[in-house]
Design a protein around this ligand. Structure first.
Ligand SMILES: NC(=O)c1ccc[n+]([C@@H]2O[C@H](COP(=O)([O-])OP(=O)(O)OC[C@H]3O[C@@H](n4cnc5c(N)ncnc54)[C@H](OP(=O)(O)O)[C@@H]3O)[C@@H](O)[C@H]2O)c1
Length: 289
């Protein structure tokens, strides 16, 4: 989901009339020439494949991950193989080739029980298998590749993958009411906003370290659902609040996943826009797919 919008953003940052949406961008003055690979071409669990694909590039962004949060509870070693060992393989390859690497991570590395935004240097204390594997990935990348950024994101939605906005749009067409948890707080984040921020971070040569790639502002899943209904021109009263306890899931969900954005400001970069303003721009693109 993020990878597709990142490719488009790398194309957009180039002075082209109509950036190709193909996986390989054409060579043009000022353009980022991108090698985009998916699992069929490079399995990041394979160290040799990582060494080969990294060579000759100016930077590497790792958006590959095991993202099935609930399934990770019962398949932690398989998730670890991608999120920790895979990230380590890429980091080792990048370090050997002296190529800076950007690793995308998650709010799930934190305990999720705070009452004010997590700073970039807050202690990691994951409560789920997915969170543990992503925390291990962060550690590996920072330990193995000195020239590395970690960008933590959360509550992602976009045109190119299943996500909450699409689910709400589909449920709105099927049911009179939908019930959504109102006791988990976070920052809905459009993949297009995150992709833009990642490209700006790299192009600016921002200091290596941790950044929080989430929207400004915060809400609950209930508030997010109501906003999706509003953007679709539907009656928001059709969304009903409930609690996490009423919806037990295999992996524990963080109650408070709001991330602070100080590192962007320290690097003289703008943090991501407000989640609510971005949703207005995103729904016509995301909810129709
Ligand atoms: N979605 C969210 O709400 C969210 C929240 C916080 C953080 N993040 C992080 O953001 C990043 C992007 O997430 P996303 O939602 O765009 O994920 P996504 O749509 O699930 O994409 C992940 C990609 O990684 C690929 N992949 C899996 N195992 C691989 C392997 N061994 N080698 C190479 N590629 C492999 C997957 O391929 P297959 O399709 O073939 O499996 C898929 O194309 C991830 O680091 C994720 O942890 C996401």
């Amino acid at each position: 989901m993020l990878g597709h919008d990142l490719l488009a953003e790398l194309g957009r940052s180039a002075p082209q009339d109509s950036p190709p949406d193909d996986l390989e961008l054409a060579e043009s003055p000022g353009a980022h020439e991108v090698t985009a690979v998916d699992r069929d071409e490079v399995d990041i669990r394979d160290p040799e494949a990582c060494l080969e694909v990294v060579a000759g590039h100016d930077f590497v962004v790792n958006v590959a991950a095991w993202t099935a949060v609930d399934e990770a509870e019962t398949h932690e070693s398989a998730a670890f193989a991608v999120n920790a060992v895979g990230a380590a393989n890429l980091a080792r390859a990048c370090a050997a080739a002296r190529v800076p690497m950007l690793q995308v991570s998650t709010d799930y590395v934190f305990a999720g029980d705070a009452n004010r935004p997590y700073s970039e240097d807050a202690p990691l204390a994951p409560r789920s298998a997915y969170g543990r594997t992503k925390a291990a990935g962060e550690w590996a990348v920072q330990a193995l590749c000195p020239q590395s950024w970690v960008v933590r994101t959360a509550w992602l939605y976009g045109a190119h993958g299943p996500n909450f906005v699409k689910t709400m749009a589909a449920l709105a067409a099927e049911r009179e009411t939908v019930t959504v948890v109102d006791d988990q707080r976070g920052q809905p984040t459009w993949t297009v906003d995150l992709a833009g921020a990642i490209v700006r971070l790299i192009e600016a040569g921002a200091p290596f370290g941790a950044y929080h790639g989430t929207s400004s502002g915060e809400t609950t899943w209930f508030g997010f659902a109501q906003a999706v209904f509003a953007e679709l021109g539907l009656d928001c009263d059709r969304v009903k609040p409930t609690t996490t306890d009423a919806f037990p899931r295999p992996a524990p969900r963080p109650a408070y996943s709001v991330l602070g954005h100080e590192a962007w400001r320290s690097a003289a970069l703008d943090p991501l826009p407000s989640w609510r303003a971005s949703l207005t721009r995103a729904v016509p693109i995301v909810a129709v797919r």
